[in-house]
Design a protein around this ligand. Structure first.
Ligand SMILES: N[C@@H](CCC(=O)N[C@@H](CS)C(=O)NCC(=O)O)C(=O)O
Length: 126
């Protein structure tokens, strides 16, 4: 039994430390807004339309066009608990998917509008 636990925890620790995890975390840390996306995904397109409409700067990472896309998608699931794209981060805070972003458009988040969240994250800096 303890062998199973050891094996589980050592595997989990190793995977949380992988190159894919580091890359995902770096993209989140170094960009005001990141959209982990797939270029053909209609939900991703809608998310970009919302951000473009506000003239926000964002980094989109098209998982289907990158060699490490599957690894990054698995790492994103570990980090955010979300399997689907778009997977959106604003100011290092996980927003969720397109429907979550639409909910922020309608209701805000933590008392702030989407525009305020984007401003606080530095998404309008030149
Ligand atoms: N409710 C989600 C729906 C997102 C969704 O279903 N995305 C599809 C792509 S269009 C997806 O991630 N499928 C699984 C995959 O591509 O691995 C949202 O609003 O973001």
């Amino acid at each position: 039994m303890s062998f199973i636990f050891r094996r589980f925890f050592s595997t989990a620790t190793a995977s949380m430390d992988s190159a894919a995890h580091k890359k995902v975390q770096q993209l989140i840390d170094e960009n005001a807004v990141v959209v982990f996306s797939k270029s053909y995904c209609p939900y991703c397109k809608n998310t970009k339309r919302i951000l473009d409409g506000l003239k926000a700067n964002y980094k989109s990472y098209e998982l289907n066009e990158e060699n490490d896309g599957s690894e990054l998608q698995a790492a994103l699931y570990d980090i955010s608990g979300q399997r689907t794209v778009p997977n959106i981060y604003i100011g290092k805070t996980h927003i969720g998917g397109n429907s979550d972003l639409e909910s922020v458009v309608k209701n805000g988040k933590d008392g702030k509008s989407l525009k305020e969240l984007l401003e606080a994250a530095g998404a309008f800096a030149q």
